[in-house]
Design a protein around this ligand. Structure first.
Ligand code: SF4
Length: 988
């Protein structure tokens, strides 16, 4: 190339940085004594150096151009493609891509000329342009014209401008020049090469092959670039025959790939000689990182993690957004709770504190002030007589959270500013709020990336605009979404997408994901410039606008390049089904290499055991899993063998034994302190819980596990709080009405007073003002109570409510059972007692007769209440009274209709259980209670599953820990003779 002049300068140009690197290595290998004066560059680097002044005006950040177009979309006047709700960065980004296509094709920015030319062309019988195509194209040209005008006004050059400027200065280039490896170019790139050919000696090395079908893509380039005499090079050796495997899901593809690569490395192949290629790498990055790590394969893979996936990046974005979004609770807590956020070390209870105070956003945070001096007590148990667990948040912790929230609120100035001003303020805030002096490696990368994004945004100052902070943060987030966390230094096996792998030779190539619609990818037309317009622009005006659907030709060429890249081995993998079992088709490119009988293709099995049977190389982890004595193997490798033994024993008990084991609820008699919890203070509600599901009883009453969502999310009242408020209101109301002889005329006034008292008491106890959603919910409770009381007062007759919220205990089946009665009525003439129990709503489980449910142990309240009521009366000096009925009132259902009018509904409002019914089932009920008590004493806490429609599992909070979905576990208790009595009671 240098014509014997060793010291003469020369330049080699390639399409990509990776190919440049490859050429440098190849040259160093071929000329070990060194090459003097040879420069390697990609085409854009070369153009940038040649472009003169324009190079200094180049702005690389895509955001700059998107912002420019977004301003146009948002400017007054009707904009094409842009309704009020779609003037977004996404639309600006799509417009920019279409305009870039036109500039790359050197389409002149003269709408009238272009449209006229195309309109004339529509008269041509060969033209396939429609009027709609022309209208859409015309609309886009308006954006193009604005874009060009703005770039000129701001003195900015984009990539296409650089190529054009370089073409204009081609005579300043220093030759000779070798242009290597391009099978396609944009029009402006081709124009540059054409000018270079005219000015200096240029050698073009263009990949071409004999097969017309394969090499159709890029035909236009050969015609566009002048060549004196094409000189074919010797054909390379034919590529190896592909070895085809099929897998289910990406992970299994990567699994085989890892095994084979490991084997090649062990056989002495250098990592750089191996490539793993997929059309799109994204779905493979996670399994590649995991399995290549496990197989100790060094690899040169793109960074798998997006910047905004990192918690620190999210916290920084949250800090910038918080005040704009009025300090929403969860994102703001993520910011102030981040370990690098400056604040006290102990932030354990901040989240619980904010949720307990029902802080939603904005001024809600001032609720912290009320507890800054005394701290805050959070109920952490069920607030029953024997479970009053609580967490006390000390005043210092409350004050620290308040201070942190203030810091976030005032972290950034609210005023409009230029891009640079905002960027400086945000950077300063980042420094002030986060400890940047103690970052781990990856956190340092995050902060570096954020600084870089801020610097990019500061560059938008060239637009000379003043913007609100919200616009700045929106652009910040968009730019962050483009970034990925630091690429590792290139080393090892190349992991590439097909575009990046073009032109690179290897010894062995693994081609992943050879499925239909993946490779070739599924291609759709571009929305702004249809393929018909693109073809016409080329046909009529000679500007090469790439036709989208022609990209199928490029896909075919790409596959050919991948197939011919390896010198020794090519392994092709496709998915017969995805990881969820959905069937998938192989790529049409693979068809020539597939045997007619699909069974002849090697299918990678799904199960680990079957994979082990293939005799592939095994990793230490796989050896451990397969070891006959895994415990000893684990101990030998230094792992926790004890935990493994325990887990294994557990699984063996589940799978092997026929009886309920210690892992499945047979805990045996408990130690005294636990026994006090399990059998002490038995109540009908607790026994009902045992009848429903012994494991649930164990979790709730013995272990006292709280459901995960016990602390309410959002601002609404929790179901427990609603129940407590309703009971308190009814008690207060009926106590007041007693002084008015329960006359309905006094209902409205007394209800208003009772409601005011209850609301004030709630606010005092919960430290929470009843405002907004809470106030609306409370008003709903008051309305339900009013509807119920109106009906109740009208139908009281001779019954007189006398005692409210009374506790009592009675002997029952050789036990002492206790309970709390909502209300006891006394008959004015007979002196008989009636128990009234308030429930919120009627449910399907109330449909079965109460006596039947009492026999099954499902509803024991009624028979027990009939015994407790006389004990309460005796305490009040009324001896010998008899309770004749227990009545359950479904208070909220009274809001849904008028029971006086709608008689059919009445049974959904009230359920009654009489003394006669109680006598008839007394023996059965006592036996059920005694049996349950005996099971509890002996430590039987197995699961009782009812997960069909209306089954009790639907109302249980422990479904995520009871493992009821494991078939053997749910069947064993039902088959065990020792538990027969339980099933006879609950399922007679
Ligand atoms: S989900 Fe069903 S089986 Fe599981 S603990 Fe709850 S009631 Fe028992």
């Amino acid at each position: 190339m240098k014509g014997g002049r060793v010291l003469a300068p020369a330049t080699v140009i390639a399409p990509s940085g990776r190919l440049v690197r490859h050429l440098k290595h190849a040259a160093a290998h071929r000329f070990p004594e060194g090459l003097f004066g040879v420069r390697f560059a990609n085409l854009f680097q070369f153009a940038l150096d040649l472009a003169g002044d324009a190079g200094g005006r180049f702005v690389p950040d895509v955001l700059f151009y998107e912002r420019l177009l977004l301003r146009w979309l948002e400017s007054p006047g009707e904009r094409p493609f842009a309704g009020e709700d779609v003037r977004t960065y996404d639309l600006a980004g799509a417009l920019h891509a279409a305009i870039r296509d036109m500039k790359d094709a050197a389409v002149p920015c003269d709408p009238e000329l272009l449209i006229d030319a195309l309109r004339v062309a529509t008269g041509d019988p060969g033209s396939r342009l429609s009027a709609l195509d022309l209208r859409k194209f015309g609309a886009l040209l308006a954006a193009y014209q604005h874009y060009e005008g703005e770039l000129r006004r701001l003195g900015v050059a984009d990539r296409s401008d650089i190529f054009r400027a370089a073409a204009g200065r081609a005579r300043h280039a220093v030759g000779p020049l070798l242009v290597y490896g391009f099978y396609d170019m944009t029009q402006v790139q081709a124009d540059l090469v054409t000018e270079l050919v005219r000015a200096i000696p240029v050698t073009l090395l263009v990949p071409r092959g004999a097969d017309r079908e394969t090499w159709r893509f890029g035909d236009w380039l050969c015609a566009a670039v002048p060549v004196d005499a094409a000189e074919p090079l010797p054909s390379p050796a034919p590529p190896p025959t592909p070895e085809v495997h099929t897998a289910a899901g990406e992970r299994d593809e990567v699994w085989l790939c890892a095994k084979r690569v490991r084997r090649l490395l062990d056989a002495g192949c250098r990592p750089e000689e191996i490539a793993v290629v997929a059309r799109t790498l994204d779905p493979y990055l996670a399994p590649l990182a995991a399995l290549f790590g496990e197989h100790r394969i060094p690899c040169d893979a793109p960074p798998g993690r997006a910047l905004l996936d990192h918690p620190l990046a999210q916290a920084i974005l949250g800090l910038f957004r918080a005040a704009l979004d009025d300090l929403p609770r969860a994102p703001t807590l993520d910011v102030v709770g981040h370990p690098l956020f400056r604040g006290p070390a102990d932030r354990r209870h901040w989240d619980l504190l904010a949720r307990s105070l029902r802080i939603g956003r904005g001024d809600d945070w001032s609720r912290l002030d009320a507890h800054a001096r005394r701290g805050f007590r959070i109920a952490a148990g069920r607030e029953t007589a024997d479970d009053r667990r609580s967490i006390v948040v000390p005043p210092a912790a409350v004050r620290a959270l308040r201070a942190a929230i203030r810091r976030v609120r005032h972290a950034l100035p609210a005023a409009d500013a230029g891009w640079g001003g905002h960027a400086t303020a945000h950077l300063e805030t980042l420094r002030r709020c986060f400890r940047l002096d103690m970052l781990l490696d990856e956190e340092a990368q995050v902060v570096e990336a954020v600084r870089d994004v801020l610097a990019t945004l500061a560059g938008l100052d060239a637009l000379g605009e003043t913007i609100p902070r919200a616009a700045f943060v929106e652009a910040f987030e968009r730019e962050c979404r483009r970034r990925r966390l630091g690429a590792p230094a290139p080393r090892g096996v190349a992991v590439l997408d097909a575009m990046a792998a073009r032109g690179l030779p290897f010894r062995h190539v693994f081609l992943l994901g050879l499925n239909a619609r993946v490779f070739p990818r599924f291609i759709v037309e571009e929305p702004f410039i249809s393929d018909a317009v693109r073809r016409e622009v080329f046909r009529v005006l000679g500007h090469h606008l790439p036709v989208r659907l022609d990209a199928y030709d490029e896909e075919r060429l790409l596959f050919h390049l991948m197939r011919s890249a390896p010198a020794e081995g090519l392994v092709c993998l496709y998915q017969r089904a995805d990881a969820d079992g959905r069937l998938r088709d192989p790529s049409p490119f693979l068809r020539p290499f597939l045997p007619l009988a699909r069974e002849a293709i090697d299918a990678i099995p799904r199960s680990d055991r079957a994979k082990r049977g293939r005799g592939e190389i095994a990793t230490p982890r796989e050896l451990l899993r397969a070891a006959p004595d895994a415990s000893a193997a684990l101990a030998a490798f230094g792992f926790d063998a004890l935990a493994y033994d325990r887990a294994r024993a557990f699984l063996a008990a589940l799978d092997g034994e026929r009886e309920v084991s210690a892992f499945e609820g047979r805990v045996g008699p408990l130690a005294p302190e636990w026994m006090a919890r399990s059998i002490g203070r038995l109540s009908p509600t607790r026994l009902e819980r045992f009848a429903t599901c012994p494991f649930r009883y164990f979790a709730e009453e013995v272990l006292r596990v709280l459901p995960a969502d016990e602390v309410v999310e959002g601002e609404d009242l929790s179901p427990r709080e609603i129940g407590k408020l309703m009971h308190a209101l009814l008690e207060r109301l009926y106590s007041r009405l007693a002084a008015r002889d329960f006359h309905p005329d006094h209902l409205a006034a007394e209800l208003a007073r009772a409601a005011a008292d209850v609301a004030a008491e709630f606010e005092r106890q919960a430290h929470l003002p009843l405002r907004g959603v809470l106030r609306a919910r409370f008003a709903e409770i008051v309305r339900a109570v009013e509807a119920f009381a109106a009906f109740d007062l009208a139908t009281l007759g001779d019954w007189e409510p006398v005692w409210f919220e009374e506790r009592a205990t009675v002997p029952f089946a050789e036990l002492v059972l206790g309970g709390q009665l909502d209300r006891i009525d006394r008959h004015r003439r007979t002196g008989a007692l009636r128990v009234v129990d308030y429930k919120r709503r009627f449910g399907v489980h109330w449909q079965t007769a109460l006596a039947t449910q009492a026999r099954r142990g499902e509803k024991l309240q009624a028979p027990l209440y009939l015994r407790l009521a006389p004990a309460v009366a005796a305490r009040h000096g009324v001896a010998g009274a008899v309770a004749t009925q227990a009545v359950f009132q479904f208070v909220e259902d009274y809001l849904r209709g008028d029971p006086a009018v709608d008689e059919i509904r009445e049974e959904r409002l009230v359920r009654a259980f009489t003394a006669e019914e109680s006598d008839a089932c007394r023996d059965d009920v006592e036996q059920a209670v005694a049996t349950f008590a005996s099971f509890i004493r002996n430590g039987w806490f197995f699961i009782h599953v009812a997960d069909g429609q209306g089954g009790h599992c639907a109302r249980c909070d422990f479904g995520s820990i009871c493992r009821k979905n494991y078939g053997r576990l749910r069947r064993k208790p039902e088959r065990m003779p020792a538990l027969t009595r339980y099933w006879e009671i609950v399922r007679p």
